[in-house]
Design a protein around this ligand. Structure first.
Ligand code: M6R
Length: 608
């Protein structure tokens, strides 16, 4: 979703804004703009399309002199991508400039009221309302105007604001949309995500809901919604700057796939001690774990897919009933939650609007909540009762790979812990599970090293029209993720089906040569899925099978086979997904798609 950057300091602002915005490109956008105070006026420049167009227009920022500015990459919600709708937005005499992430839900009502007061609008956006409303309330004191606006607008927002009458200051405010402040050596910055400021500082403040930050060249002050000054602690970001760079890989997605062994290790190792699972951050006593009546897993997209896998693992290993919900459904279906239930919200970004709303719904109903989150200090991490971090580091490609893998292993660890506490598995079994888990990084490396074979296969399918992914049990969950990976980055239509369900409709779509990826990692379901493969091949399907090493008889039924190393049945997703990720990646590259920033998609979906 949209990206925000702001700078005030000793250096020229425009090149810093453009550079910062380039670090936020992964979030997805369709236009970009910056505004810089030039010593007399706040000047804006906007451009639709890629940031490169804005850089060219401004000669890499050289045509926009000044040391204070705000910038934005817009992912269109209200109004088509156009220069008029691109940010920054201004009040009529261009003395106030605003960039905004989020959605002002009551903007139509506000727009009508402002129009009655002779305010004129030049865009279709909800954001322009904020610029005019600030103008309406501004009587010389920006904080007063900002707090009044905060009381009037409904919805979510992260705002960067400049007032011409206060040229040495950049203002920032947020509610339900992420925003950070970076404290740099020669100036201060705001941004919607850490990568945008990493080049200038590692010292950041996370702005919380309804807080205002006031940045000058050499000071940062915070206020609450009542305009009272508040104190905040800064945090040191310990990522290596390379973590947010491509480091020689052609795409972030490829780099992140190759980071999976490390991610899995980093998520596992701190939680395995002397042959036992230790999840200190869980903060639950053994008694509380024993009393869990039901687990509700709530998430979106790929995070939801890891939840589907976790359902099988929690139920199979720990014998705890699990319901898995898409967050966008859970939040509106008035779920039945009881005191002894546990709600687990899974999110890479920790900012997904539906997941955050689902978390709040669970908390409102008085149920214990646990966030499995990747981004430290994100909204879900802060608001969940407990948070278990996945240590994947920054994930830039829109298509998740390493965060997905980290989520899976975090869920396995929880399941083992719960199963042991509840007496469902013995200490010996725990040790065996942990041994298998610790082998995963090396096994993933091995699968990644086999990429040429998958690349070769993918090249044959760059023109595919439809691809189906099928499997049973955990293999169905793997298929869902395989299918999502393919469609989101290659734009090829693809569906995942429970293999036993094909006969109930989907099989009519199979034609001569239709590619079906079948996943068979669950030994007890293996023969059943083979029968489904035979049904498919006899109707002309070309079947790619992903199965465990040793299952060579599959070669009689499938057309192309990829073997994954042996692991415990609960952990096969971590291995089987690797060839499917590689397949999607190479199909996308072969089709010339924008692998890291697929059309219409955003990395962090902060609107409903
Ligand atoms: O940040 P989150 O984990 O909450 O995001 C959830 C989904 O938007 C995300 O997993 C999405 O499906 C990915 N782009 C898939 O690759």
């Amino acid at each position: 979703m949209c990206g925000i950057v702001g700078y005030i300091g000793k250096s020229q602002a425009a090149p810093i804004l453009l550079d910062g915005l380039s670090k936020l490109e992964y979030r997805g956008y369709d236009s970009a703009g910056i505004a810089v105070y030039d010593g007399e006026h706040i000047r804006g420049q906007k451009s639709i399309g890629r940031l490169k167009a804005l850089s060219e227009l401004t000669h890499d920022g050289a045509t926009m002199p000044g040391t204070a500015g705000i910038g934005h990459t817009r992912w269109a919600t209200h109004g088509a991508p156009s220069n008029e709708n691109a940010h920054p937005h201004f009040n009529e005499d261009e003395t106030i400039a605003v960039v905004h992430n989020g959605i002002i839900e009551n903007y139509l009502k506000l727009k009508k009221k402002l129009a009655e007061k002779e305010y004129h609008f030049v865009s279709d956006t909800d954001t322009e309302v904020v610029a005019h409303l600030l103008d309406y309330y501004y009587k010389g004191n920006p904080i007063e105007a900002i707090t009044k606006v905060m009381h009037r607008v409904e919805g979510s927002y992260a705002l960067g604001i400049m007032f011409r009458e206060h040229p040495g200051i950049v203002y920032a405010v947020r509610k339900d949309s992420p925003l950070i402040v970076g404290h740099g050596k020669d100036g201060n910055l705001i941004a919607s995500d850490v990568p945008a400021v990493l080049k200038y500082t590692r010292n950041v403040y996370f702005i919380q809901n309804e807080e205002i930050a006031v940045l000058s060249e050499d000071s940062i002050t915070f206020y609450n919604v009542d305009g009272e000054e508040i104190q905040k602690e800064s945090s040191a970001i310990d990522w290596d700057i390379n973590a947010a760079e491509k480091a020689g890989y052609e795409h972030f997605m490829l780099k992140e796939m190759y980071e999976q062994p490390k991610t899995v290790r980093d998520t596992l190792n701190p939680r395995i001690r002397d042959g036992a699972v230790v999840i200190e951050e869980l903060g639950m006593t053994d008694e509380e774990i024993s009393q869990i009546r039901k687990i509700h897993i709530v998430a979106c997209g790929s995070a939801y897919h890891t939840g589907v896998t976790a359902k099988y693992v929690f139920e199979g290993m720990a014998r705890i009933p699990v319901e898995v919900d898409l967050a966008s459904e859970f939040r509106y279906r008035n779920p039945i939650l009881q005191e002894q239930d546990l709600v687990i919200i899974i999110s890479q970004s920790g900012e997904t609007a539906d997941s955050l709303a689902a978390l709040r719904e669970a908390k409102r109903k008085g149920v214990k909540t646990l966030g499995i989150v990747n981004v430290v200090g994100s909204s879900i991490a802060r608001e969940a009762d407990k948070v278990m971090y996945t240590w994947a580091g920054p994930e830039i490609a829109v298509a998740t790979t390493k965060a997905y893998s980290a989520q899976l292993v975090a869920e396995y660890l929880l399941a083992i812990k719960f199963a042991q506490v509840r007496g469902e598995i013995t200490e010996t079994e725990v040790r065996a599970y942990l041994k298998d888990l610790q082998k995963l990084p090396e096994q993933i490396e091995m699968l990644l090293s086999n990429k040429e074979r998958i690349q070769h296969f993918a090249n044959r399918y760059v023109s595919a029209r439809d691809v189906f992914f099928v499997g049973r049990g955990i293999d169905y969950a793997i298929s869902m993720e395989g299918s999502l990976k393919l469609k989101e980055i290659s734009y090829i239509h693809s569906e995942a089906y429970a293999a036993g369900e094909l006969k109930h409709g989907t099989i009519s779509l199979i034609e001569e040569g239709t590619l079906v990826a079948a996943v068979l990692t669950q030994e007890d379901l293996y023969k059943k899925t083979i029968s489904n493969i035979v049904e498919l091949t006899s109707r002309g399907a070309f079947v790619l099978a992903v199965t465990n090493a040793g299952n060579t008889e599959i070669e009689k039924a499938a057309d192309y086979v990829i073997y994954i190393p042996q692991t415990n049945r609960w952990f096969t997703n971590s291995l089987a997904i690797i060839p499917l990720q590689l397949f999607s990646y190479y199909v996308s590259v072969g089709r010339g798609c924008d692998v890291d920033k697929p059309r219409n998609l955003a990395k962090s979906v902060t609107v409903e």
